[in-house]
Ligand binder design. Structure first.
Ligand code: KG4
Ligand code: ZN
Length: 329
């Protein structure tokens, strides 16, 4: 039996978040997140220096609320990769200070593993999983057998799924993050009006690409008026999702899934969720989704990974803990 709790910190992009997770029950005891979306909205995307300054304000505020839990802590976990280096450093510096002052070991958590473990917050893990990770920074399919057995089988060649929503929103003068805004606008539009080409259709390669769709949308936006935006948004969302479905469908023929999961900020997109559900029907595979609150970046998912790493005694020396902005899974 393992008594105690882990404090985890997430600051890889524009969300400052701290969680406390009980080691034995794996339950989330405390979780708070301060999002910077409003501050970045006017710039149409995340401004790294601004993000780092906002983390420096928000993280200590959340930490104050965690003080009552300090006597119960057994380790400090922090996202160290991938992400923006200047924002990762904010969380890492706080984790190091806590580790020294409270004499606790450090656990370095990969953010992408965090998204995968967002499926298991307050729950036991279920493996194997074929995972579609769709976020602002990543679009990939990962075969997951366990914590240290994750194989990326497909990635994007250029923009990510979430990023393409952000860029389309920016083209229409709509705020960041574009995902929820475009999804909402698309509800009023006709997804069949614009015939944007589905990328990489003639190619056998299992990969994704969003730069072509983005350019086609740009031309439509420039040629149209605001009255056309709902139809453009709907047609874009249709093609962006259909591209994922067509590529994954082909892969599943050879690799039928037992369990299939969609994780990452863009997994909140209900249009995509429905398409994936239909795609999975012939396989009878169970679809796993994180709760909507845990789809976007948060420290609860980092804490859930950290519990498993703590049980494996997977600690990182303070001098070795560094921000690794481009690390893979
Ligand atoms: O996972 P996340 O919070 O941060 C990264 O690790 O990147 O994902 C944020 C991304 C943004 O690009 C945002 O526009 C996108 O997820 N997103 C969505 C939706 N909600 C968030 N994309 C499409 N549809 C949505 N409903
Ligand atoms: Zn993320």
């Amino acid at each position: 039996m393992e008594n105690g709790m882990i404090l985890s910190i997430e600051s890889s992009c524009d969300d400052s978040s701290i969680a406390i997770t009980d080691i034995e029950t794996k339950k989330l005891v405390f979780h708070k997140k301060i999002s910077q979306e409003l501050e970045h909205a006017v710039y149409g995307g995340v401004v790294p220096e601004l993000a780092s300054r906002l983390h420096a304000e928000a993280l200590p505020k959340i930490l104050e609320e965690c003080v009552p839990y300090f006597p119960k802590l057994k380790a400090i976990a922090v996202t160290n990769a991938p992400g923006l280096s200047v924002t990762l450093i904010e969380g890492i510096t706080m984790a190091k200070a806590l580790s020294v002052s409270l004499e606790l070991p450090l656990i370095a958590v990969n953010h992408l593993k965090g998204h995968i473990y967002s499926l298991f917050i307050d729950k036991e893990t279920v493996f194997p999983q074929t995972v579609l990770l769709v976020s602002g920074g990543h679009t990939q399919v990962v075969e997951v057998q366990g914590l240290d057995e994750m194989k990326t089988v497909a990635s994007t060649m250029d923009d990510s799924f979430g990023e393409s929503f952000d860029k389309v929103a920016k083209m229409m003068g709509l705020p960041y993050p574009g995902g929820p805004v475009i999804e909402k606008l698309a509800k009023e539009g006709d997804p069949k009006r614009y015939k944007f080409t589905i990328p990489l259709q003639q190619k056998k390669i299992f990969a994704f690409s969003y730069s072509g769709i983005k350019n086609a949308v740009r031309l439509a936006v420039e040629a149209g008026s605001e009255a056309d935006y709902p139809d453009i948004a709907a047609s874009f969302q249709e093609v962006a999702s259909e591209h994922l479905v067509r590529k994954i469908k082909k892969y599943l023929v050879e690799n039928p899934p037992k369990n299939f999961a969609i994780v990452g900020g863009a997994s909140a997109n209900l249009y995509l969720r429905e398409k994936i559900e239909v795609m999975l029907k012939p396989y009878g595979a169970k679809l796993y989704l994180a709760e909507l609150t845990y789809c976007s970046d948060n420290a609860a998912m980092i804490g859930r990974v950290a519990v498993e790493m703590y049980l494996n005694k997977d600690f990182t020396e303070i001098t070795q803990l560094q921000a690794t902005p481009r690390a893979p899974l």
